[in-house]
Design a protein around this ligand. Structure first.
Ligand code: SAH
Ligand code: SF4
Length: 372
């Protein structure tokens, strides 16, 4: 079977070329054609030796993902749905801003973590994406949107689409390396962000293997509430998670971790909970910023978005305590491109509904409120 060259970081491609009897500089050339020029046809890679093109023709291919749909929002946000086979689709979102463009990339079809407020979590887990499937999202977006001037369009990548990146570690790390590689997409470590629900051991591994910016989805100021909102919390607990964040910052390209906090009406948005959050991160001495995310409701969640004034009051309490706090702008919600709404339309809703009912029985939201 032909090998998908998008599955390789530069070292992997060099090893593959070596197996074909080709020198490393050939791998660099090939890598640049694939990622920087967006070329898939070996015959068009004009400065590549004919003999190498011949060998590649039989052994390898550059496999992109079929595009199911493209939606462009009134604010310029663009969402693509990619077919990953077996009835599964993943979503990628491009968010243009004045001075930069951010791409939100998926790492899994579905997600096994099952957060209470997340539509991907409610769909359950289908499978891990390969390195090639992760990088194909960036490659497609970059070359689809790049203008005739050839200027880069994606300046930032956030692993905040579908899936838990640290539960697909083996595929995610080479994908990060392709993003960072000067012969690939040349993004700085500060501009590539892994967002995680908090897998402590894997945060430590990422720090060793490929430190990039880290965002941790905290969502609660104590274990009782976080256990219900983010079930993975039952494994390690908040203190161990925050200690891993402190260790991470020592090696990270940024000197803080971003805590994401999804604002849920009457669940985690009270002023006392902001105070508790301040005490928590002070006690563990975590250098951090906060990013408050307005909840994007979906019918099965049974949850509501916090009113605007409650979000600003919560933000003010954190800011007054000395923490940089931002409130995420809702972008692209006219095309359902906002967080946690991903790829819902192609999923089998019947099973999702069963799973939801099951979860409601085990994690009633009243109990979550009681966890304050
Ligand atoms: N699995 C990773 C990354 C993907 S989710 C993680 O959990 O961090 C990216 C972000 O979107 C997370 O902070 C997540 O908590 C948030 N999110 C999920 N569902 C949401 C929703 N319905 N409304 C707002 N934010 C949501
Ligand atoms: Fe998975 Fe992240 Fe959604 Fe939780 S919030 S279910 S970890 S994608």
């Amino acid at each position: 079977m032909a090998v998908n060259l998008l599955d390789f970081d530069l070292e992997g491609l060099a090893a593959f070329c070596d197996s074909l009897g080709e020198k490393r500089f050939r791998a660099v050339q090939l890598f640049r054609w694939i990622h920087q020029k967006g070329e898939s046809d070996f015959d068009k890679m004009s400065d590549l030796a004919k003999s190498l093109r011949g060998k590649l023709a039989g052994a390898a291919l550059v496999q992109s993902l079929p595009v199911i749909s493209e939606h462009v929002s009134a604010d310029g946000t663009t969402k693509w749905l990619f077919d990953v086979g077996g009835g599964n689709a993943v979503e990628t979102v491009y968010i243009p801003e004045d001075d930069r463009g951010t791409l939100c990339v998926s790492s899994q079809a579905g997600c096994a973590v099952g957060c209470r407020f997340c539509s991907t979590g409610h769909q359950g887990f289908s499978r891990n994406l390969s390195t090639g499937e992760i990088i194909a999202q960036l490659r497609y977006a970059e070359h689809r949107l790049r203008g005739p001037d050839g200027e880069r369009v994606v300046d930032n990548v956030v692993m905040m689409g579908m899936g838990e990146p640290l539960q697909n570690y083996a595929a995610v790390v080479p994908a990060l390396r392709v993003m960072l590689d000067d012969h690939g997409y040349g993004l700085s470590r500060r501009r590539v962000t892994v967002s995680t629900s908090g897998m402590v051991a894997m945060i430590d591994r990422l720090r060793e293997d490929c430190p990039v910016a880290l965002a941790v989805s905290l969502h609660a100021p104590n274990d009782a509430l976080r256990d219900m909102l983010v079930p993975i919390n039952r494994k390690d607990g908040i203190d161990a998670l925050l200690d891993a964040c402190v260790r991470y910052v020592e090696a990270a390209p940024r000197d803080f971790v971003t805590f994401e906090y999804c604002m849920l009406d009457g669940v985690n948005d009270a002023p006392e909970q902001a105070e508790e959050l301040v005490q928590l991160v002070r006690r563990r001495r975590v250098p951090c910023k906060f990013n408050l995310i307005p909840f994007n409701p979906f019918p099965e969640s049974g949850l509501k978005r916090s009113p605007r004034d409650r979000v600003t009051a919560f933000a003010k309490l954190l800011q007054d305590a000395g923490f940089v706090t931002t409130i995420r702008k809702v972008r692209g919600d006219d095309i359902d491109a906002a967080c946690g709404q991903l790829a819902g339309e192609v999923q089998d809703r019947t099973r999702a509904r069963e799973r939801l009912l099951e979860r409601r029985r085990t994690i009633p939201i009243a109990a979550a409120e009681g966890g304050r």
